[in-house]
Design a protein around this ligand. Structure first.
Ligand code: AMP
Length: 429
């Protein structure tokens, strides 16, 4: 979602963004999009935006903040139309400005388009040169700080302006990009959904109402379909472009690139909501299953299994089911604190964890506990938790982690720290 030189990593992990789009003539598409983004809020809390197409006219509203802070009934009522594209964004502080909020709306010789992007490109320097972005000065704006999503939009704009039709231009723009990109794009004629060749970030589509009713929804996760009552049809496949048109009963699906699918495993482990379905299974049951497996691989004698809220809970339930050790609430999470990794410094990060999770002394005291979390990245959370459980009187504390060790940084949208910050890269296992 932003341009960052590969050598300089931000001081924390970065979360994936949320992308949502709807094509539903006769419906209140802005409101549907609002609810879709609401369901995807966990994927990014810095900014939110919706662009609505009314014929070939676009209305765009975006701002910093949560979806519920950026939109209200009045704003949504002023956005009539039949297609909407929406976005929730997480970014690093440096690029946390409203001008970087999405969707992006660009003008071409064929009319405007709106684009929402989830993922990170890894060839931004090369792309900037190819697109001569540094030489452009659009409306006197300094676009030197343009993020990678903006580069995709420039690539598409240039492809259209060079004479290509929309489908061809979208494929040509995608072919210039390397890295992670799940996109929703609306043009004056159609709605498009596209995933990079590896399908690093998820993207699904479904329909509203009866099948064949030609009302379509695109969402980063299936929980976005559920909230608006849409029926899941399929994943946008890695390397696929799907086009939805008003009046057409079926989407037009085509491959623009063939690569090995490589969905980011952190979607399954941590990012995506437990009620979202991947490969035909909710992440709740997937995470519970890996917890069951964990109990078989790393058994321990204990009195109580405690999950670290929220992402560690399903695995803890699975651990309990498989081991027969009772599951209990031993940690209470303050729901009003954002995810801890948005704290910029290590010291604040540690303080953030204390703010967010509080052990239940009367449940823990004198108990041999198994604490199950989904992942260890730097080791900050687990160190703090073990200390907090000891202070709360636990007799024994056994940590169990349901995902494999994180030993390498990621350049595709989850900025896990530089390698020396990753605890599993520094210690032998
Ligand atoms: P750490 O404290 O650095 O070891 O981070 C691990 C904790 O952060 C675990 O409790 C995870 O649930 C959570 N976590 C895992 N991945 C991420 C991420 N990309 N962003 C924020 N938190 C994460």
């Amino acid at each position: 979602m932003k341009v960052a030189p590969l050598t300089v990593r931000p001081d924390r992990m970065e979360e994936a963004c949320g992308v949502f789009a709807v094509l539903a003539p006769g419906e209140q598409v802005a409101s549907l999009c609002y609810f879709g983004l609401y369901a995807l809020q966990h994927r990014g809390q810095e900014s939110a935006g919706i662009a609505v197409f009314d014929g070939d006219k676009v209305r765009l509203h975006k701002n910093m903040g949560l979806v519920s802070q950026v939109f209200d009934q009045n704003v949504l009522e002023l956005m009539p139309g039949d297609r909407a594209v929406g976005h929730t964004r997480y970014s690093t502080t440096g690029s946390s400005k409203v001008c970087n909020a999405q969707p992006l709306v660009f003008m071409t010789r064929l009319g405007p388009f709106a684009l929402a992007h989830n993922g990170n490109l890894v060839n931004t320097a090369e792309l900037r040169k190819q697109l001569l972005v540094d030489k452009l000065n659009i409306n006197g704006l300094d676009i030197n700080s343009s993020g990678d999503s903006e580069l995709i939009a420039f690539a598409l704009q240039q492809a259209v302006n060079s004479g290509m039709a929309w489908d061809e231009a979208i494929k040509a723009a995608a072919a210039q990009c390397k890295g992670a990109f799940s996109l929703a794009i609306s043009t004056p004629e159609a709605l498009y959904a596209l995933r990079d060749g590896h399908g690093l970030r998820p993207l699904v589509f479904g329909h509203l109402g009866e099948s064949g009713s030609a009302a379509w929804v695109v969402s980063s996760e299936t929980c976005g379909l559920d909230i608006v009552g849409a029926h899941f049809d399929d994943d946008v496949a890695p390397g696929e472009l799907v086009r939805f048109k008003a009046g057409e009963d079926h989407p037009f699906r085509s491959r623009w690139c063939e690569e090995t699918p490589k969905l980011c495993v952190f979607e399954l482990i941590y990012f995506a909501r437990p009620d979202s379905r991947f490969f035909g299974e909710s992440l709740y049951s997937y995470r519970r299953r890996i917890g069951q497996r964990l109990a078989q691989e790393s058994p321990v004698e204990a009195d109580l299994v405690i999950g670290v809220p929220d992402s560690g809970i399903p695995a803890a339930i699975g651990f309990s089911q498989s081991s027969g050790i009772p599951f209990g609430d031993g940690l209470i999470k303050n729901r009003y604190v954002g995810r801890t990794f948005i704290q910029p410094t290590q010291a604040m990060r540690e303080a953030g964890i204390r703010v967010k999770l509080n052990p239940l002394r009367d449940v823990i005291e004198g108990q041999r506990i198994v604490v199950v979390d989904d992942s260890i990245v730097r080791g900050t959370t687990s160190r703090k938790l073990v200390q907090a459980f000891r202070e709360a009187g636990a007799k024994e504390v056994h940590m169990r982690i349901s995902s494999p060790p994180v030993t390498h940084p990621c350049f595709y949208g989850i900025d896990t720290d530089s390698q020396d910050q990753l605890i599993a890269a520094r210690f032998n296992l």
